[in-house]
Structures are given as C-alpha cells and as structure tokens.
Design a protein around this ligand. Structure first.
Ligand SMILES: Cc1cc2nc3c(=O)[nH]c(=O)nc-3n(C[C@H](O)[C@H](O)[C@H](O)COP(=O)(O)OP(=O)(O)OC[C@H]3O[C@@H](n4cnc5c(N)ncnc54)[C@H](O)[C@@H]3O)c2cc1C
Length: 407
C-alpha cells in the first residue's frame, strides 16, 4: 500500500542518522561516550540528564553501591568520581550522597556528551529503513538503530490492593523527591528492601511517625560480619579474588555477575537462581542505627485497605490493623518493556520477551534488528549487573562492538 502523501513528503525531508540513544542516565551517557569513538557514526542522544535520580529518589539518600561501582563508565577512564571531585574542588564522601552523584552525572554529561539534546522522544516506530522517531516537539528523525536506555521509571510496582486509593493516601517511593512533606504524619512503609528502609529512616529523621511492614521474616543487611571480613579483613588480594569492582552479588558470585558473557552460557534455571541470590532485597548496614527507633513488623502482608475519612486503614495478615495518614509503597519495580509508552504498539509486541523482559542477543539487541535495550530490562539476558550503574561499562562496550561489527 502506498504511503499517504503527507507521510511520503515528511519521509523524504526527515534527517537520518545511524544511531539514536533514548535516555541520558548512566546507561545512555555511557553508551554515548563509547559510540562517539566510532569513526563516521552519525549519533544523536535525547533525554534529561540524570532525571530519574534527580526527581524520583528522596533528598538525603545515599547510594548503596560502593565507590568503584558508582563510576559512570567512559572509554578513556577519565570521567571518574575522583576527577569530578578534584575539578569541583570538594572530595566526594562515602557512601556517595545522592546530590553529589547527580552533580557528577551532570558533569559527566557536560564533559563527555555536550551535544545531548534535552528533548524527549515521543514515539519510536519500525519502518523499512530502520526506525522512525518522533520527538516531543514533533520533529521527525530516521535512524538505522535505536538504543533504549530509559531506566525503570515506567515499571514502579504498586500492589493491586492499593489500586483504588488516591495518591494522597498511598504512593510509590518513586513519586517523591522530598519526604519532608510527611512531617508530623503517620506513615506506614511497605517493603523490606533498601528503598523502603531508607525512606523509613528519612521519614523518621524528618519528624514523621514511620513504621515498616514487610513480608520477609528477616531483613538482610549488607556487609554483615562475614562479608566485612571478606571485604576488608583478609587483605586486598583475597578481596579482589572474591569481589569484582562492579560489586554486585556476594563473595564469589560477584565475580561471575561481572561477566555477563559467562553467566549467559549457564542453564536458564541456574542463571535465575544466581540472579535471585545476587540481588535479594537488602538494606545497607549504615541504616541499622538510623532505624533503631522505627518499628519494623516482619512476616506480614497487607490483606485489605479502606479509606477512613482523610486517613487510610490497613489490615495486616497477622490480624492487626493500622490507621495512618499515608502508605508509602517501597515495593520496587517490575520490568515490562511493553510499558515503555514511546514504543509503538507494533514494535512493543514484536520484541521477544520473557515475563516482561526482552530476550536480548549480542550487543543487547532485541529480536527486532537494530533495536537495543540497556539497563535493568537487560537483566534477564545479561544478569543483575545490568540493574546497576556499574553494568553500564559492559553494556556500552558490548553495544559498541556490535555497532562496529555491523556498520
Ligand atoms: C531508590 C533507588 C536507589 C538506587 N541506588 C542505586 C545505587 O546506589 N547504585 C546503583 O548502581 N544503582 C542504584 N539504583 C538503580 C538505578 O536506578 C540504576 O542503576 C540506574 O538508574 C540505571 O541507569 P539508566 O541509565 O538505565 O536509567 P535512568 O537513570 O533511570 O535514566 C533514564 C533516562 O531515560 C530518559 N528517558 C525516559 N524516557 C524518555 C523518552 N521518552 N525520551 C527521552 N528520554 C527518556 C530519562 O530522562 C533519563 O535520562 C537505584 C534505584 C533506586 C530506585
């Protein structure tokens, strides 16, 4: 069927490039600095730099990942946290505070990707030459490849029990930048991972009456005494045998997680087991003292919720109930790439998936040739390293190798 006249006209005037990157968080930025080294490659990158970190994480947060795992990868090893600290005239403390990491990300972008375009991509569609991209201002662009590095913001998981509650009564942790708005309020925090626990600490410190409830029977604290001994007590050489600088997973497993190409060769059931073990919900050790005065109820879940006037009453599986001003859902994220609203329905459905994750091949390419997905959605195919900043080096290098080999 012939294209409508207006479309044919637009197509002939549409600017073309080789690669478009969608997203300017750690993965998109790292992909850009690596691809810029490919001679003659026409590359464009779109997005608000570090926007998820800046808008969807709480003020006062610290990064859980360690120093080496908090570097945004660049091919020349020049855009490091150390270099940023030196150039900004103040060293970055550890654990790394959120606001310093955001500033570091902006510095990285200005140094390494100054041509970033701060426009959103509204639509990505497949066409006979590759992809047709519509920008937020209506501009059209053609590209042979598209690299999606859009993060997990679209996948915030809200348990269905809370579906009917308005945002004033129940919200996901990712909806807040400033938890100070809950000062003087009673807040029930649901979840037993870092995000729930750190939010509870910040709420408590900000003058809210916080309580945590979690299904888990035990909170896993990172860097327990065994882990501390293996990390620090037996010397650098033992530590480096057991833990990779990417710092994902416990002793030994950490080394395997740092090698996605090896992990991919293992049977699927073993990959799934290792992935679960490597990133189970856990809290950073430095939260223990901060949560001393916060009640934590473990081994129970929410059975029902109901509004009671301006408040909400939550029934728990142990038979008790709480009436609070707000429920904060630290219930994490569930990847489902069909929820990326910038992918056309046809494109979203063409991607071969497993439980919402795209099944990726070499170069983090989806089953749609030329469409790549980086970051957390790549975890089913390349392991849990992809859920963390430290996985951006592997992703950017693998992508670049693939682009060069298929130019
Ligand atoms: C509370 C919390 C704490 C965390 N702490 C750590 C930690 O300590 N260490 C760690 O390694 N990881 C941590 N993570 C995980 C972290 O989110 C990822 O490691 C990291 O953000 C992945 O980077 P990314 O580039 O894939 O995605 P993001 O950083 O989310 O970046 C997504 C980018 O896509 C852009 N974008 C989205 N849609 C469009 C569009 N339509 N058009 C153009 N651009 C678009 C956004 O503007 C943004 O620039 C944490 C996550 C959470 C929720």
């Amino acid at each position: 069927m012939a294209a409508p006249e207006s479309e044919a006209c637009v197509t002939t005037t549409m600017e073309k490039c080789d690669v478009v990157i969608l997203g300017a968080g750690p993965y998109g930025l790292a992909a850009a600095t690596h691809l810029k080294n490919v001679p003659g490659l026409a590359l464009r990158i779109f997005g608000e730099p570090m926007s998820f970190w800046e808008r969807n994480m709480p003020l006062g947060m610290f990064l859980r990942s360690n120093w080496t795992a908090t570097q945004i990868a660049d091919p020349h090893l020049a855009l490091t946290l150390e270099a940023y600290g030196q150039q900004s005239g103040s060293t970055v403390s550890q654990p790394v505070p959120l606001d310093r990491f955001v500033q570091y990300g902006h510095w990285y972008q200005q140094k390494g990707v100054p041509d970033l375009e701060r426009r959103a991509i509204r639509r990505v569609e497949h066409d006979s030459n590759g992809f047709r991209i519509t920008l937020s201002d209506g501009e059209l662009l053609g590209s042979r490849r598209v690299v999606v590095a859009a993060g997990i913001g679209s996948f915030a998981w809200r348990p269905p029990e809370f579906d009917d509650l308005p945002a004033e009564l129940a919200s996901h942790t990712s909806e807040h930048r400033d938890l100070g708005k809950f000062t003087g309020k009673k807040v029930l925090v649901v979840g037993g991972g870092q995000s729930a626990l750190e939010s509870a600490a910040l709420l408590h410190e900000g003058g809210a009456a916080a309580e945590v409830i979690a299904r888990t029977h035990k909170i896993h604290w990172l860097q327990g005494s065994l882990s501390r001994t293996l990390h620090h007590g037996l010397g650098e050489s033992v530590r480096s045998i057991l833990y990779a600088p990417t710092d994902v997973g416990p002793a030994g497993i950490s080394r395997l997680m740092a090698r996605p190409d090896w992990l991919r060769r293992l049977p699927r059931s073993l990959q799934d087991k290792l992935r679960k073990r490597a990133v189970r919900p856990a809290g950073a050790r430095w939260l223990v003292d901060r949560l001393k005065s916060v009640p934590v109820r473990l081994g129970c879940s929410v059975t029902s919720v109901a509004t009671s006037g301006p408040r909400v009453t939550v029934r728990l599986s142990d038979g008790s109930e709480r009436t609070v001003d707000h429920v904060l859902l630290g219930t994490g994220y569930r990847v489902n790439v069909a929820k990326y609203d910038f992918l056309s329905a046809e494109l979203g459905q063409s991607i071969r998936r497993s439980g919402g994750y795209p099944c990726l091949e070499q170069g983090l390419e989806t089953s749609v040739r030329g469409l790549h997905i980086l970051g957390a959605p790549a975890a089913w195919s390349f392991g849990p390293l992809m859920q963390f900043v430290s996985g951006a080096r592997y992703a950017a290098q693998a992508l670049t190798r693939h682009v060069v080999a298929n130019k």
